[in-house]
Write a protein that binds this ligand. Structure first.
Ligand code: GLN
Length: 482
């Protein structure tokens, strides 16, 4: 199944298939392949087929939207009414959400059945999906390797064609890096474009939801569903509805692509550098010009992020105390011990590491030295992009320094793991939109990701560049044999 949601939508419109048939096909594939991939934490065929039957009824009544009946999988970070919503943690291993996240509401309103909830790093903290309480996800291109993270389940599901599309979230790279490592297309919107209501918080000033699919065109169609003002998220932007697919077919003649010199230095693997160079050549053939730009503070982005993200996480995760919902330790003698044991047993080690770092950098005496300094760096990093976008329309580079690594290869050294996001994190700190799309394979047959970064609200332009590239290449059509 290499179907795009665009083609599935046409099949449904032409009456060549039904949503129930489509969902049955995907559910059968999930049943066959998920035991090995572990891409889904929860599958509930009955629920999915109810959604599908409702979508078919809407179509029969002539009330269908373009994507009505096309199924989608959701990262287990989104609260979905009646679905177990774990966020990859033991802490929420018994949490059935009583309400829908904004994103889930939007997909429901579009009539898109939910295929299940996808595995992820615990509370979205990770770059390999190995911090999940529900076990690691395997990369469909090579099961001994990671799919990236934290949206590793969504990435593996789409890459393995267990779902035509999935939702993800990106705090420091968690949509783009797994998209790169599994050979799919994923987009992180401008901060504030998609509501965070009902999306379990990691680092609220960085978290942003976005689509993961096989093509840029599909990402545009999905973003049309997800985006929009929501008064329940105080950082949701009050902007008019946009059609993110409106510029897909514009020619690239005259496009100025900025190449940050900091993205092409040492640390980038040879195969990735070569594939990115080839993509640049291809884009030049389509009429684009390149200009070298500088992001002089980008080398500080990982350091700034690992102060700011843990600081926000330490505050956000204080709500998991065993009192109102989620896991509670079975035995305790008083309230304090209940808190202590619940949090000691409910959180995994990466989450505890972040809570401790966050509490430390926010504490009296260290706040000025770390947190405030990191906030200043964040401003400088954002300013670099403002300067760069004076010279170009989009910025281009690699998504990740290497292709998919082996399970266990980076778990012993957290800093090594953190460096997987060296090219993606600055985008979150600046609040800019970014995406990853496939641009080739390395010598071992593993996919390589190309990153595009847009100016604020330039999603449509970025999708235009990606779509034109995909019209002229076929990397995005390649799928692993499973
Ligand atoms: N890998 C980064 C981290 O562990 C980013 C994760 C994310 O984007 N959710 O924090």
């Amino acid at each position: 199944m290499t179907d795009t949601i665009k083609s599935l939508s046409s099949l449904l419109t032409e009456g060549k298939t039904s949503s129930v048939e489509l969902c049955q096909d995907y559910l059968a594939r999930i049943e066959r392949l998920n035991p090995a991939l572990n891409a889904f934490v929860t599958v509930d065929a009955e629920k999915t087929l109810l959604d599908a039957a409702a979508a078919d009824a809407l179509r029969a009544a002539g009330n269908a939207g373009p994507l009505t009946g096309v199924p989608i999988a959701h990262k287990d970070i989104f609260c979905a009414e009646g679905w177990l919503t774990t966020c990859g943690s033991k802490m929420l291993s018994n949490f059935v959400s009583p309400y829908d996240a904004h994103v889930i509401e939007q997909f429901k309103a579009a009539g898109m059945p939910c295929l299940g909830k996808t595995n992820m790093d615990e509370f979205a903290m990770g770059s390999s999906n190995e911090t999940s309480y529900y076990g690691p996800v395997r990369n469909p291109w090579d099961p001994s390797r990671v799919p990236g993270g934290s949206s590793g389940g969504s990435a593996a599901a789409v890459a393995g064609r267990l779902a035509p599309a999935a939702t993800g979230t990106d705090t420091g790279g968690s949509i783009r890096q797994p998209a790169a490592l599994t050979g799919i297309t994923g987009l992180k919107p401008t901060y504030g474009v998609v509501s965070r209501y009902g999306m379990i918080a990691f680092a609220s000033s960085l978290d942003q939801a976005g689509p993961m699919a096989t093509t840029a065109e599909d990402c545009g169609l999905l973003l049309n569903v997800m985006a929009g003002f929501d008064p329940r998220d105080s950082t949701s932007l009050e902007r008019g509805k946009e059609d993110y697919t409106r510029d897909l077919n514009l020619p690239l003649a005259g496009l100025k692509i900025g190449l940050p010199r900091e993205f092409f230095g040492a640390g980038l693997s040879g195969d990735t550098a070569r594939a990115v160079e080839e993509a640049i050549t291809q884009l030049k053939k389509l009429g684009a010009q390149t200009v070298e730009v500088g992001l002089p503070n980008s080398n500080l982005s990982v350091a700034a992020y690992y102060v700011l993200a843990p600081a926000e996480a330490s505050s956000n995760l204080s709500r998991f105390d065993g009192v109102r919902y989620g896991y509670r330790t079975p035995e305790y003698k008083d309230l304090t011990e209940m808190y202590e044991k619940t949090r000691a047993e409910g959180f995994g080690s990466e989450v505890k590491r972040r809570i401790m770092i966050g509490a430390y950098v926010l504490s009296h005496g260290y706040y000025d030295a770390y947190y405030l300094q990191a906030q200043k760096l964040r401003r400088l990093i954002a300013q670099d992009f403002v300067e760069a976008f004076k010279q170009c329309d989009v910025i281009l580079g690699p998504t990740a320094p290497t292709t998919a690594f082996k399970l266990g290869e980076k778990t012993a050294d957290p800093v090594e793991m953190y460096l997987s996001d060296i090219y993606t994190i600055a985008v979150n700190l600046a609040g800019l939109p970014g995406m990853s799309l496939p641009c080739g394979f390395d010598a071992q047959g593993l996919p390589i990701g190309l990153q595009l970064i847009g100016d604020y609200f330039a999603e449509a332009r970025m999708l235009n560049v990606a779509h034109q590239y995909q019209m002229a290449s076929d990397w995005h059509t390649r799928a692993p044999t499973l």
